[in-house]
Structure formats: structure tokens, C-alpha cells
Design a protein around this ligand. Structure first.
Ligand code: C5P
Length: 233
């Protein structure tokens, strides 16, 4: 599995996104399209970014009854993204249904990964609001194992959890990790962060990096700095 840096294109429209990607000229970074961009620009943004030669993580975090997830996955899978995701909290039945849905008419399929506990959910709110009374790290690991049992390819998690997930679920089970900041960078609203170099040592397969690149004075230079630290080239 090729490791890579994924740029979180958290823009509110197609124009800003495409102008941003134009900065990279012939370099075609792996990009993440999330809900904000997808809901504002629609499915065409996925087709357009794909046509320009980028790999895409379409981060729509599906969570519904299994039949709806399966049918929705079948629709978004045909847009051509390389990675799709859903919530492990939807249960093993829902994850298996999602996996059935992602198979395309031509026989190929994107990778499918699960969201475990969002990093915005802390242990206290998980206990209080969700009535889950286990330690949060056990819950994350349990969700990772459920995702593996469902046949999924990996999970989205904190880089701090990547090593543990690989130990529990195997080294081929993918860890996609946001919460990345440069050593001297602004942490912003992220609470638990790692540098690209530390994420590499922790065994992350893909790092998702937004503002350290998108809000940089020179986004292309910031991207290459990140690639150099994470991939060591
Ligand atoms: O700008 P920043 O590097 O913080 O962006 C991180 C990206 O990863 C955002 O798109 C954010 O929504 C996403 N993300 C995250 N933490 C998670 C899951 C996704 O920061 N647990």
C-alpha cells in the first residue's frame, strides 16, 4: 500500500477548489473532498477533480440503515473516488452492506474505511451523551476490529492510535490520520496533533492535512515539506 499525503480541500465551492489545485500545475496531490465542498459544489466536483488526474478521498461519512447505505455507496462509488468512508457506529451489518454497495459496474471498487469515534467526541461526552461507559481507546479499537470483521480496508483515526490499530488489526489494515501539524505550526482547533515525521514513525498510511497546506503562504511549498517529512523524499 502506497503511503501518501492527502490534502483536505475544505473550501466552500468549486471555484476556490480548482484555483487552489491549479497552483500545483503538473503535480497532482491526493485530495480529500468533504461534506462542505460536496454539498456546495455537488457530484460534479468529484468528476472534475478526478478528470484533472487527482486521487480522491470522498469523505461523506455515511451512517443510515444498511439498505440505504448500500444504495448510496453504489451511487457515489461510480463518481470515481479512490477512498470512501462510513461510520463504524452503524454496526457490522451496515458496514457489510456499504462494502457490497461500493463494487462498481466495471468490477473495480474504491477502498472503504470506517470512522471510529470522531476526535471531537471526548470520553466524557461519549459516556454522558452516548451512554457508552468503556474507555474511549477501547471503543476505538473495538470499532476498528468491527470494521476489519466487516471486510473494510481500514479506519480514520488519530495518528496517536495508528500503531495500536496496526498491532490489533494487522499492518495491512489502513490508518488514515488527520490532526497533523508542522513542528512550528498553528494547532488551531485540533487537540491531539502530530508532525508528518512523527506520523510516519507511528505507522500512519495516509495523513490528511488541511490548513497547514491550504492556509499556508505558499501551499505548494507546504505540501512538498509535508511529503518530504512523511515519505522521506
Ligand atoms: O485543517 P486540518 O488539517 O485540521 O484538517 C483536517 C481535516 O481532517 C478536516 O477536513 C477535518 O474535517 C478532518 N478530520 C479531522 N479529524 C477527524 C476526522 C476528520 O480533523 N477525526
Amino acid at each position: 500500500m502506497a503511503k501518501d499525503v492527502i490534502i483536505a480541500c475544505d473550501f466552500d465551492g468549486a471555484k476556490k477548489t480548482l484555483e487552489f489545485l491549479d497552483l500545483f500545475k503538473d503535480v497532482k496531490p491526493f485530495v480529500k473532498i468533504g461534506m462542505e465542498l460536496f454539498y456546495s459544489a455537488g457530484p460534479d466536483i468529484v468528476r472534475e477533480v478526478k478528470k484533472r488526474g487527482h486521487k480522491i478521498f470522498l469523505d461523506l461519512k455515511l451512517h443510515d440503515i444498511p439498505n440505504t447505505v448500500k444504495k448510496s455507496m453504489a451511487v457515489i462509488s461510480e463518481l470515481g473516488a479512490d477512498i470512501l468512508d462510513l461510520h463504524a457506529a452503524g454496526t457490522i451489518n451496515m458496514m457489510k452492506a456499504g462494502l457490497e454497495g461500493v463494487r462498481r459496474k466495471d468490477g473495480t471498487r474504491p477502498l472503504l474505511v470506517a470512522i471510529t469515534q470522531l476526535t471531537s467526541t471526548d470520553e466524557e461526552s461519549m459516556h454522558r451523551d452516548l451512554l457508552i461507559d468503556k474507555p474511549i481507546k477501547d471503543v476505538v479499537m473495538h470499532y476498528a476490529l468491527s470494521a476489519k470483521a466487516s471486510g473494510l480496508d481500514g479506519i480514520v483515526c488519530s495518528p496517536l492510535e495508528a500503531a495500536g490499530v496496526h498491532e490489533t488489526c494487522g499492518k495491512n489494515f489502513l490508518t488514515i490520520t488527520p490532526g497533523i501539524r508542522f513542528e512550528d505550526g498553528d494547532v488551531g482547533d485540533q487537540k491531539r496533533v502530530m508532525t508528518p515525521a512523527a506520523a510516519r514513525k507511528a505507522g500512519s498510511d495516509y495523513i490528511v492535512v488541511g490548513r497547514p497546506i491550504t492556509a499556508a503562504f505558499d501551499p505548494v511549498a507546504a505540501y512538498f515539506k509535508c511529503v518530504k517529512e512523511f515519505l522521506g523524499n
